[in-house]
Design a protein around this ligand. Structure first.
Ligand code: ASP
Length: 439
């Protein structure tokens, strides 16, 4: 079996961590393709290399050179090479990289160099081939991954390669320019390589021992999720659980390749297995898998009597929303009501007023009520579809905690109950749900 392993920024942060990565990689011959992030934080107030590289880009734009910030980056990489006792001529690679960042004047190119340098060093240290992600991962002209083309390239490039280190986070477009994924995108690279090499397992090594049932800053010591389905992870990641990039699931889905979230600094912990539905074994009979949430939404509650009989009503409301280029988060509706849930950030600078005005003009509602400072909390678990009483448990817990629910949306997937509560009830609400389902 082929295992593809991705190591995140903390795992690549300094020589000590990279030695640990080498131990992990070399303790299992099936770990053949290793994707690495740029060095991340070594301590709380440290700065990630990627953040410094974006800063380099800004300096180039403002003053024509990134000399000052690149000095710090240079120091970080030379220190790692020295501490690993490598004979690699990293200075020459860094000279060339600095020159290219100055000349390219491209944010994606600058940002990608952290992973590039990290992979060159790791390949040298492990004695593995360095294979550039830019030779395999292709984006189309809209910046979207071209999955088929990329699959072919991954297959042909890695065919016959025994072991390789591949930089995460970037690829290139058909014009030959370097393009990155969104932040945290090395998770997606790992998933793409797992799919292209038909791996049996994608190990995602990070600095926590898996997905927790909920945010440990809100609930003390929440349980680790042992097993979770692809779809549940999508829901939780989308709602703010930050262990894995929300787009990292899609590439492995087709090949039904499981992902194991592991902790580089506690490799003996089993972590979380993310599996397709058919591989899921609910050995602890849990009803819900996880709870995640986000603050700061605005709900527009539109009411009009006989709305349900008015053909095209929802379409007309949504075309106004679309006209403003806004993303709709949820759309719960009743017979005479329609709620539109939007991220508050999108509504600054007068957009909210204009939007409400235009909705009034276009669909002539009885009223539009704006509810601000709403948090959305998703309780996710594919077990709930089959089990009566889940919603009752959830709502009873909230009633007992004296939390006023402002909105309810049970998605059609029956995987998820999303509720809207006041921002000020956010933490209390997550605590109440967690304790209701973990007695
Ligand atoms: N280094 C990039 C970031 O900080 C990508 C990654 O680590 O996945 O976002």
């Amino acid at each position: 079996m082929i295992k593809v392993c991705k190591f995140g920024g903390t795992s690549m942060a300094d020589a000590k961590a990279i030695r640990q990565v080498k131990n992990i990689v070399q303790s299992d011959p099936e770990r053949r393709f290793i994707i690495v992030s740029a060095p991340g934080k070594r301590f709380k107030d440290d700065i990630k290399i990627t953040d410094m590289l974006y800063r380099c880009y800004n300096e180039v734009v403002e003053s024509g050179t990134c000399k000052e910030t690149f000095k710090v980056i240079r120091q970080r990489f030379t220190e790692i090479v020295k501490d690993l006792e490598l004979s690699l001529d990293i200075e020459s690679v860094l000279d060339k990289t600095e020159k290219e960042i100055n000349e390219s004047k491209c944010a994606d190119f600058a940002a990608s160099r952290g992973e590039y340098l990290s992979a060159i060093i790791a390949a040298d240290f492990f004695g593995y081939e360095f294979v550039d992600a830019a030779d395999m991962i292709r984006f189309d002209s809209h910046g979207k991954l071209n999955q088929d083309y990329t699959d072919d390239k991954v297959m042909s490039r890695l065919n016959g390669v025994e072991k390789a280190v591949i930089p995460g986070f970037y690829g290139k477009n058909f014009q030959g320019q370097i393009k990155t994924f969104s932040r945290g995108g090395s998770d997606i690279t790992g998933s793409i390589i797992a799919r292209g090499t038909k791996a049996g397992l994608y190990e995602n090594w990070t600095d926590v021992s898996g997905f927790l049932v909920c945010d440990p800053r809100i609930v003390d010591n929440p349980k680790v999720i042992k097993q979770i389905t692809y779809k549940e992870v999508r829901e939780l990641s989308y709602m703010g659980a930050s262990v894995l990039h929300a787009e990292a699931i899609t590439p492995v889905m087709k090949g039904r390749i499981p992902i194991n979230i592991k902790n580089t600094f506690k490799p003996e912990d089993k972590g979380t297995m993310i599996v397709p539905n058919e591989q899921y074994v609910n050995d602890d009979n849990s009803i819900i898998t996880g709870i995640a949430g986000k603050k700061n939404f605005t709900v527009l509650l539109i009411e009009k009597s006989m709305m349900n009989a008015e053909v095209g009503f929802i379409r007309r409301v949504l075309s106004v929303v679309e006209h403003y280029g806004l993303c709709v988060e949820h759309l719960p509706s009743g017979i005479d009501t329609l709620s539109i849930v939007l991220e508050t950030d999108q509504l600054a600078n007068g957009v909210l007023n204009d939007l409400v005005g235009e909705i009034r003009e276009n669909v002539n509602p009885d009223y539009v009520h704006v509810i601000e400072n709403i948090s959305l909390i998703a309780t996710v678990g594919h077990g709930m579809a089959r089990r009566p009483g889940t919603a009752a448990t959830l709502f009873t817990a909230l009633a007992n905690a004296n939390i006023n629910i402002r909105m309810i949306d049970q998605g059609s997937s029956e995987l998820n109950i999303i509720i809207g509560v006041a921002n000020s009830d956010y933490e209390k609400c997550i605590k109440a749900i967690y304790s209701a389902f973990n007695k």
